[in-house]
Ligand binder design. Structure first.
Ligand SMILES: [Zn+2]
Length: 119
């Protein structure tokens, strides 16, 4: 089964949607960046053909560090992280579950990606 999820940053300038399997748990990462953001992410990466940025392209800022493979986006106005492109699948996306309509990450369990040691 495939579902469509819609998401936005806090101020609403950045809006996006994607299709994936129903989100029943999240993923956390303990790399030096994610441990600071504290966000819970989609458990699966989203291939580019299933991901659409609806608005806010010019409002997105890019942050990169280390090998500069992963692309970490944030909204220039509200600072929220809506999604990123992970180092291990740089054309794919993971989204911030807290940005999604109909998803309450505070009610979901999360797996841990050991980015501190694997990235
Ligand atoms: Zn924003």
């Amino acid at each position: 089964m495939i579902r469509t999820y819609r998401g936005s940053c806090h101020c609403g300038k950045v809006r996006f949607e994607f299709t994936t399997q129903p989100i029943e748990k999240g993923l956390r990462c303990n790399c030096s960046l994610c441990i600071r953001k504290g966000a819970m992410m989609t458990p699966l990466t989203i291939p580019p053909e299933n991901f659409r940025l609806l608005t806010g392209g010019p409002d997105l800022r890019l942050y990169q560090f280390g090998e500069k493979t992963a692309r970490h986006y944030f909204c220039a106005h509200c600072g929220v992280y809506p999604f990123h492109q992970p180092a291990r699948a740089p054309t794919h996306y993971r989204a911030n579950l807290g940005c999604l309509e109909g998803v309450d990450p505070s009610r979901l369990e999360a797996d841990l990606f050991d980015g501190r040691h694997l990235l």
